[in-house]
Ligand binder design. Structure first.
Ligand SMILES: Nc1ncnc2c1ncn2[C@@H]1O[C@H](COP(=O)(O)OP(=O)(O)OP(=O)(O)O)[C@@H](O)[C@H]1O
Ligand SMILES: [Mg+2]
Length: 453
């Protein structure tokens, strides 16, 4: 129930208002002077302060100023006599939410109170959301104990407090976007917008108008003026995702924006200054683009001020067990189940797999195992087939490449998995499983015995 602190020195008005507000379902504390109101605020939490401006002793405005220091989220509504509206308006400039004039129109007052409460909810929600987002991109949620990742963290930490342009490189799924967000949410710009644009997904003309905006009438269909992402990101960060795919025409304009720190909307004549921190990312070989003439050299140097390279997951196997544990926790929490245990084989298999889809592929595998697997432990059969059978997604390479194992040992692991899989598919029926694999029932029996299945 929302709580209102009501301050009014006229006893009749005080009782009348308190009555009306209680009838509306509010919890009301009614006091007749500012000093008592201050004592009340110190003892209880209120959503709304409804106070007469003219009070004996501390007046309404002074009371507001004091309370703002103690309880800044409280919404203050002042009641003023007809002749003193100007004071009420001045009070609003200091942060008072609204005012009502005497004699009070009850309906009007109730609407104002309701709006004040709604706004408070929104503000609270915003703060909560912001906290959540900031937590999600805080460093604790970016996993990596391996040497290469520790180097990345050091760089991210340093670069966050600057305004320098960052270029994040790495294969698909290595966490480029995650790092871009971490930089933004750990920078001084964190309370302003992080605006993302995927340069690979838009055709040239659309990419241009999305980046720089356009004036009404700039082209057929431009019915109104529209701000581009550069302008929307003013004061914040612009994340240019997949920068390697940006067409040459847009490259020239982007270079100009980065050099001049101004943009020109399409069809516009006025340069608009922008204060934007740029982070770009790509999985492409930009140096090859330079050699082939598809990526401008001047733009490359503009962007590549602070390069951050995210190594592929197969080059930082030490992170795999931590990542598995992290995703088990995340997806167990999401599905409201106690975190599952992870069997040793699962860790072993994951450590040996090539992970061409990098962290994203591992994340999906674990999500699937947590959500779909039965029991309280994640076993190898809960992993996607291509992973536990040791092949890559497109099935080309056998990747049980534990260099310590001999050829025969690796073949055995692969064979065992294939047999196991077939049996599982056929509900343990050996005849059917043998048929599925095109081997004799005798061979099947032999293998089952050999691998203790
Ligand atoms: N170090 C990490 N710790 C925890 N989660 C990670 C880590 N790296 C990546 N992820 C997760 O993996 C998924 C893929 O990451 P992200 O989208 O940042 O990769 P990307 O490099 O931008 O991929 P793409 O090139 O395909 O766009 C995301 O869900 C992200 O949260
Ligand atoms: Mg990405």
């Amino acid at each position: 129930m929302s709580k209102i602190l009501l301050v009014e020195d006229d006893q009749n008005a005080l009782e009348g208002l308190a009555h009306i507000l209680r009838d509306e379902g509010y919890a009301v504390q009614a006091v007749s002077d500012g000093e008592t109101a201050l004592e009340e605020i110190g003892q209880d939490e209120y959503n709304v302060l409804l106070t007469d401006l003219k009070l004996p002793g501390i007046d309404g405005l002074q009371l507001y100023r004091e309370i703002k220091g103690i309880s800044p989220e409280i919404a203050t509504i002042v009641v003023t006599a007809f002749g003193t509206v100007k004071t009420a308006v001045d009070a609003m400039k200091e942060g008072v939410y609204d005012y009502v004039t005497k004699p009070i129109e009850v309906d009007e007052l109730l609407i104002i109170i309701k709006n004040a409460l709604n706004r408070q909810d929104l503000l609270r929600e915003n703060i909560m959301l912001r906290d959540q987002v900031q937590k999600a991109y805080s460093f604790e949620n970016i996993i990596g104990n391996s040497g290469p990742m520790q180097d990345v963290f050091k760089k991210v930490n340093k670069v966050s407090s600057s305004n320098s342009t960052v270029l994040i490189r790495g294969e698909s799924g290595t966490g480029k976007e995650l790092i871009a967000k971490a930089i933004h949410f750990n920078s001084q710009r964190k309370d302003r917008q992080l605006v993302t644009i995927d340069c690979a997904s838009l055709p040239e003309n659309l990419l241009e108008s999305e980046l720089f905006g356009y004036e009404k009438g700039a082209f057929t269909g431009a019915f109104r003026t529209k701000m581009g992402r550069f302008e929307v990101a003013h004061g914040g960060t612009l994340f240019l995702d997949e920068i390697g795919d940006i067409p040459p025409g847009v490259q020239a304009k982007l270079l100009r924006a980065l050099e001049e720190r101004t943009i020109l909307r399409l069809g516009g004549t006025k340069d608009i200054p922008i204060d934007v921190r740029v982070i770009a990312s790509t999985h492409k070989d930009l140096e090859k683009g330079l050699r082939e003439g598809t990526f401008r050299e001047d733009l490359y140097y503009r962007l590549n001020v602070i390069p951050i390279f995210l190594p592929p997951l197969r080059d930082r196997c030490a992170d795999i067990p931590l990542l598995i544990q992290h995703f088990v926790n995340v997806y167990s929490e999401d599905t409201n189940i106690p975190p599952k245990k992870i069997s040793k084989e699962v860790i072993d298999i994951c450590m040996r797999y090539e992970w061409f889809g990098n962290v994203r592929e591992l994340e999906h595998a674990i999500e699937n195992a947590v959500v779909m697997g039965e029991g309280d432990t994640i076993l190898q059969e809960h992993l996607p087939f291509n992973i536990f059978s040791g092949t890559t997604k497109n099935g080309e390479t056998a990747t049980l490449h534990n260099s310590n194992d001999s050829y025969n040992e690796q073949m055995d692991v692969a064979e065992k998995t294939i047999i196991q899989n077939a049996l599982k598919k056929m509900d343990g029926n050996r005849t059917k499983a043998a048929k599925l694999l095109g081997i004799s029932l005798r061979t099947m029996r032999y293998k089952v015995k050999k691998y203790n299945l």
